[in-house]
Design a protein around this ligand. Sequence first.
Ligand code: NDP
Length: 295
Amino acid sequence: MSAMKEALLLEGSKIAKRVEESLREELRRIQSKYQESPKLVAIQVGTPPASALYVKKQKDTAGLLGIQHELLQIEETASESDVIQIIQDLNRNPKVHGIILELPMPAQIHPQRVLMAIDAKKDAEGIHVDNLGRLLMQEAKLIPSTALAAFELVLAAGVPLAGKEAVVVGQSKIVGRPAAFLLLEQKCTVTICHTGTAKRGFLEAHVKRAEVLIVAVGKPNMIPGSWIREGAIVVDVGINRVEGKTVGDVDFEGARSRAAFITPVPGGVGPLTVTMLMKNVVQAYLWQKDESRSQ
Ligand code: NDP
């Protein structure tokens, strides 16, 4: 009896190692040319437990790569203008090359307004409107790190993408939309699905067409395995806690017997996201030195 066919796993940590290797090389070049290493400053208002793990991961990854990392912890009672003032000081500081806002922020602070105060050239997360606009105009410099991670995993499948039917489920500014534009740049035919698609009952039909599928919704196992097209590349961005376990938006067990490539959850997009954040810090540094290439 032949063994059941199973998708190859797209493992974020393995791909992260490869990306980190090329970042190290670039960082060595930067060190020898400018005698410094790029610096990322993380701004945290209060001490929200939800961001603690991500902040630690950033610090650890930066440390391993030799990127400077500083965590600025601000009083929970700080006002929006206090935070904007701090950001403006960091914008002017030539020794700071990347800034990241750790979410959530306390209720008195509007994250989007604060984010807009960051100099686009120091926007390590690539979510400032100038950077999203550049992505749309095919002049991207800094791209949202989660979308970059999802896209890198699609590329890791090593399959030519031009002309492929690509479906992205979820249209958030930080994941779904930028991921869709990255696929469009590869000449995929891209469909973006959202609640409007689901409400009309068309989600299944779109997903079933997908040769490349990126799902970024945040609903456990919402894409049944039977919807996955044979031979598809499936990247599951979703992170959901169910009965103490982390699961994605795609029914992994059902999907892996149909897909050719699939990301596990955990272990797929998650481990690569911080690496892509560090890639953005290096890219931000080069942009500030007028050395950057479009991504
Ligand atoms: P958002 O909540 O901002 O966006 C969710 C999207 O899903 C929206 O566009 C929404 O549509 C769409 N949606 C909701 N329900 C349905 C449905 N039934 N059918 C189709 N589409 C639907 O989430 P994010 O983009 O920030 O995050 C998505 C997931 O990715 C989450 O699980 C999050 O935890 C995870 N994530 C993982 C990261 C990582 O590093 N691995 C980093 C960031 C996020 P509409 O616009 O119509 O409301």
